[in-house]
Design a binder for this molecule. Structure first.
Ligand SMILES: Nc1nc2c(c(=O)[nH]1)N[C@H]1C(S)=C(S)[C@@H](COP(=O)(O)O)O[C@H]1N2
Ligand SMILES: [Mo]
Length: 416
């Protein structure tokens, strides 16, 4: 028990040191990519991005948003949305649309008949809108101890956007295409145009029913920005970013999941096979030999919540302090409660859910607290209708590649 507590304190110290260092030199300095002066700013790496995004890598482009920016808008604007490219695609590093009406998506595999469809044709089919949280499964990686390798995301690898496109179901209906009985997975490929390597990912076919899986052509009321996958991207609401394949060129219905590098060993957590069952705990610092059978892909997003106000280190006026934030999950069950503690977890109080954006979006919550002048640390913990909740110590789910962090967030601030 004592050991656990120490571990927690150590984790918290690492986190604080990390946040301080990050603020001082920029995450790029930590990655050894160069000094803060040499590092290009987000708007220089991707045209149209807010310069305040934190660049984690400039080639390929990887950048995260900040708690402040996430708290400043209900729907994350294209300027403030994180970017995660596995491949350097300089020609697509812009938030402008990628206008290519004759772009083709090939749909095949275990489907009759297979077909090809252009972006122009997709735009003529019935369009659906869904607001959902897009999050990199590596978000929060830098809070794991010991720190796994990979981009050192803090909290900014996430955003809430409104997608517009053609539901896969609608598309199959429009084409009169029927799945064969042995179709179990949707396996997607990104375009290899511009010399890009193939990016191949699979989803279990159940995303068709639960996740509003669509070929997205628009984001936040505009054509899909080039850097976010324009002209067409697969979006399966409620799932982690990784399988939401940008620049989609091929979609196959398959009996098994892809064995490509992006499916295994990358983007997996140790566990028994299945949809969104808990991660198998592994010893922090240990190695794990990922196979399709002893691990699963990052699929449904695990439940999480962020405190967006006050910001870490803020000084706010008492006595009435409104703690604000967001919570979300995979959309399979509603987020029911967000509990807030301002005394280190001794007591918790239910926050009020002020607004939601549908089952795949953020639940915005507020917790009014009467606080005398002093120093505080606030925590928030979300729980959904089937009892899924966040661990107090996110490190219990430590995994070699640092995915799916959802530990309870702690924010220190001052009341004057
Ligand atoms: N073609 C392609 N699709 C991709 C990726 C990629 O590198 N190439 N990265 C994936 C990952 S890991 C994430 S988190 C999301 C990020 O989406 P964004 O860059 O639009 O924010 O895209 C996913 N789709
Ligand atoms: Mo990701």
């Amino acid at each position: 028990m004592k050991e656990k507590k120490l571990e927690l304190e150590q984790l918290e110290m690492d986190r604080r040191t990390f946040l301080k260092t990050t603020a001082a030199v920029g995450a790029a300095g930590l990655m050894g990519l160069g000094t803060a002066q040499q590092q290009a700013t987000a708007d220089q790496v991707v045209r149209g991005k807010n310069a305040r995004l934190v660049v984690l890598s400039s080639r390929p482009a990887v950048m995260e948003s900040t708690l402040e920016l996430l708290g400043s808008e209900r729907i994350t604007s294209k300027a403030n949305l994180f970017v995660r490219n596995n491949i350097d695609l300089p020609g697509l590093n812009t938030t402008e649309p990628n206008v290519q009406p004759s772009w083709v998506v090939e749909v095949g595999g275990l489907i009759d008949p297979p077909f090809r469809i252009t972006v122009e044709e997709l735009l003529r089919l019935p369009q659906t809108e869904v607001t959902s949280v897009l999050q990199c499964s590596g978000n929060g990686r830098s809070f794991f101890n010991p720190r796994p390798s990979g981009n050192p995301w803090t909290y900014g690898g996430v955003g809430q956007v409104t997608w517009r496109g053609v539901l896969l179901k609608t598309l199959l209906e429009a084409k009169g295409a029927k799945l064969r009985d042995n179709a179990r997975f949707i396996t997607m490929n990104a375009s290899t145009q511009g010399g890009a390597l193939p990016y191949e990912k699979s989803f279990p076919i159940s995303v068709l029913d639960y996740n509003s899986a669509m070929l997205a052509l628009g984001m936040n009321g505009e054509p899909l920005p080039a850097v976010h996958g324009g002209p067409v991207r697969l979006v399966a609401a409620g799932t982690f970013g990784t399988a939401n394949v940008k620049w989609l060129s091929k979609l196959d219905f398959t009996a098994t999941e892809s064995t490509g590098n992006e499916q295994v060993p990358r983007y997996r957590v140790p566990m028994l096979p299945g949809w969104n069952t808990p991660i198998l705990p592994t010893q922090p610092g240990s190695r794990f030999n990922y196979t399709l059978n002893n691990s699963r892909s990052n699929w449904g997003a695990n439940i999480n919540s962020f405190i967006l106000s006050p910001l870490p280190g803020a000084s706010v006026k008492g006595r009435l302090v409104e703690i604000r934030g967001v919570a979300w999950n995979d959309g399979l069950a509603p987020v029911e409660t967000i509990e807030v503690s301002v005394n280190g977890g001794t007591s918790w109080r239910k926050a009020l859910i002020e607004r939601d954006h549908g089952k795949f979006g953020w639940y915005q919550w507020v917790s009014p607290q009467l606080l005398a002048p002093g120093e505080y640390e606030v925590m928030a913990r979300a729980t959904d209708a089937v009892g899924r909740t966040q661990p107090m110590n996110g490190n219990i789910w430590w995994n070699e590649r640092g995915y799916e962090w959802n530990g309870v967030m702690r924010v220190k601030f001052k009341v004057t």
